[in-house]
Write a new protein. Structure first.
Length: 328
């Protein structure tokens, strides 16, 4: 794809659990199982899937909050997964993260001004007046009042706290922000305000986002490209417009059918998702979606499908016909 910013290649992360004597032996939890993705500069890659599918682990690996077991993430010709942690500081300034629950990531004993000043000083020592001016500028661009500077996080609503978290991420003038379920805990009306704010900031500062969510309807609003993930693997990837004009993968169709519609009588042909996602400790053989797939065929239980489609829109499903790049 054109204009690549970060190229993720075959990223893997396995957690080992239950090594105690009462645990009945060690278990391996495959959080990311060979993920490859392209993130375009100045664009938003939406990463969507149910809880526990490994999407947050990808975001955490990219900013080295979690160490992958293997794989690459190429940024400006450098594999940032191989950089020593002690040498990652310059990248930490460029790469930021916003979490789902801003309250737990904001120090309750610090005012908003102190929270912002702390991070500005850490990354770029400036004169006192410059730091203060920058704080006010950050409040302005994130839609917060100037008098917020002397208030504590508990004095704000959930949406306002997420604005503070965004202001903090912007304080170091990042190129790339991992947005990890940033609106999941907010009311629907506030969700759209935060998404619009993120879009405005992208337009103004050219920031690249990895936007992680379990909600395809939210991802649709902010993304340029969308990757759909299930049990550690990418199931479908596409430019947004192409994805919604022709869905390839039964899992993506089921996710879309699970989105509440304004007119419930207007039923989609695809079946909504049934049952729980299997445990990542015991991933089904073959295509991991076969235990819930309404279109499962014999081969699905034995063999993981190869990649079918084009660079701009591909999926992993035995039902996809290579010649037409569509469902048979
Ligand atoms: Fe369903 Fe088989 Fe396609 Fe997997 S490979 S999504 S089980 S049809």
């Amino acid at each position: 794809m054109e204009n690549n910013y970060i190229s993720i290649r075959n990223l893997k992360k396995v957690y080992t659990s239950g090594s105690g004597i009462f645990s009945g032996g060690k278990h391996q939890l495959k959080a990311i199982d060979g993920v490859s993705l392209e993130i375009r500069k100045g664009k938003t890659l939406g990463l969507v899937g149910e809880s526990g599918c490994g999407k947050s682990t990808i975001g955490r690996c990219l900013i080295r909050l979690t160490e992958p077991d293997s794989g690459e993430a190429i940024y400006q010709g450098i594999d940032i997964m191989k950089i020593k942690k002690s040498e990652f500081t310059p990248y930490r300034k460029k790469f930021q993260i916003i979490f789902q629950d801003p309250y737990s990531s904001l120090n309750p004993r610090m005012t908003v001004g102190d929270i912002l000043k702390e991070i500005i000083k850490f990354h770029n020592p400036n004169k006192k007046k410059e730091i203060e001016d920058k704080c006010y500028k950050l409040l302005e661009v994130t839609g917060l009042n100037r008098n917020s500077i002397n208030k504590y996080p508990h004095e704000f609503s959930g949406g306002q706290r997420q604005r503070i978290a965004i202001a903090r991420a912007l304080a170091v003038e990042p190129e790339f922000i991992v947005c990890d379920e940033p609106v999941s805990a907010l009311d629907v009306s506030i969700q759209s305000q935060i998404i619009n704010l993120l879009k405005d900031l992208q337009k103004e500062f050219g920031i690249t986002y990895l936007f992680i969510s379990h909600d395809l309807s939210v991802v649709k609003h902010i993304s340029d490209d969308i990757a759909v993930m299930y049990l550690g693997k990418i199931m479908e990837f596409s430019e947004k417009e192409k994805l919604f004009s022709e869905l390839y993968h039964p899992y993506t169709k089921s996710l879309l059918s699970s989105v509440p519609k304004p007119e419930p009588r207007n039923k989609s042909r695809a079946e909504a998702l049934k049952g729980e996602i299997p445990s990542p400790l015991n991933i089904p053989s073959g295509c991991p979606f076969h235990t819930r797939c309404p279109q499962v065929i014999d081969i699905c239980t034995e063999l993981f499908p190869s990649k079918r489609g084009s660079d701009n829109h591909y999926a992993y499903c035995h039902l996809i016909n290579d010649k037409t790049s569509g469902i048979k």
